[in-house]
Ligand binder design. Sequence first.
Ligand code: ADP
Length: 484
Amino acid sequence: MKKLPLPKFGIVLKTLITSLGIGVISLIIIFYLLPQISSEIKIAVFVGGLYLFGFLLFSYSLYLGFTLFLALKVRNTLNFLIISAKSIASGNLEIELNRNAPSELGEAITALENLRVSMRDRINFAQEEKDRAEAILFNVGEGVFAINLRGEIIIFNKIAEKLVGIGRDQILGQKYDQVLQFTNERTKESYGQFINEVLLEGKSVTLPTDTILVTGGKSEIPVAVNSSPIKNQKGIIVGGIVVFRDISHEKEVEEIRTDLISIASHQLRTPLSEIKGLISLLNDGIAGQMNKGQKEYLDLLTIANERMINLVNDLLNISRLEQGRLQLNFQVVSLEELTSEVFKSLQLKSSENSQTLTLSIDPNLPKVTADPEKTKEIISNLIDNALKYTYKNGKIQVRVTSTTDGVWVLVKDSGVGIPKDKYKDLFKKFSRVENPLSNMISGSGLGLYAAKQLVERQSGKIWFESVEGKGSTFGFVLPATKIK
Ligand code: ADP
């Protein structure tokens, strides 16, 4: 370390030499240029001059010594302060300052010591908080990793190590997409871009349920993945955190359930079709003419059988969708035409209920790329629900329109509406919401679930809004086909 420089004494020396010079010149003038002055006076002046010079020399020496002493003292104390400040700055916060401090530093050293203690306490507190957060993250029951803005892994917890099969020492500091890949289970298309939405747009992203994690060791694990940005106190994004969970077991259970439903529905389809055929034969009088009472029972049997057939068909549809066996037949189609067809087929049902069913179609709608049969099923489901859950004499308005998102089919009814606390369950499998009409209406709770799956398989979105007791609007949008 550079020591502080001592004060310069050149000025003092110059003053001494100048006064010596002036003395010598004065003596020459007195002795040689003024001969008329008596020699006693000259000697007296000379001796007086000598005394004066001696006195000056003595005073200067005293001044010089004292100044030097003070300078050395100040330099030592300042050096102590500088060394202490540097030691604090370099993070050495454990050594107490006052012990070896020169006494004259007084308040300065006390202030510096207070600074050191408060810095040490704050750093200790921050370190404890960090250790605690790390311990929680490290031991949490799901795989967790965090990345910085460069996409490098900065935290990698125990479960993540176990799932990926790579130790954190090998993974920390590496680019996340070089060691871990989240891809679509079937198409193997990478979902890697989700991290940009987290880091650049600050969005929380949940990856689709068909996500698999491809690890460095090339093994594939089905995972549920959620990610969120990490923001500092000023709200600036400084990284991202990804939480992932092995859902192999859940998938297996789900597969068994879907297989069971699929097998059971297949097995039920044949006897139900046979019952339908037999009812029809009985109706035609194959076993003789039936009286009024017998006919009424047969009608009830027909309704119950139809319900069973619809349920089995719904179940089969769902299991095909979930097993990825449902092949969509994509074509460029007009949603206004498909909606008009469905509208016509349901007009009779609405007039039976004394309901007003109207259709309005905006002009110049673009075409969409979709499976026409499946899209008609979606439209039919939404209009049929509107008819089912609207009282007699109610109003159902169907509208086909377009926005920047694509072409919309909207079905607005003046029906029973849906309570707010049931919104979240509406599109779940087998979800039926209690309402004043639901007891009289049969349903499987599969219609909206299937509609949502089908809309999403066609890159669209399903939407609704509802006011309990006033009515609901259900709708879906499919992206407009780009004209090449
Ligand atoms: P389902 O009609 O067979 O019960 P869905 O999946 O089609 O099954 O509908 C699920 C539930 O959502 C229904 O039971 C009903 O309570 C509610 N729902 C659907 N559409 C409407 C609507 N337009 N108005 C009020 N409730 C509705």
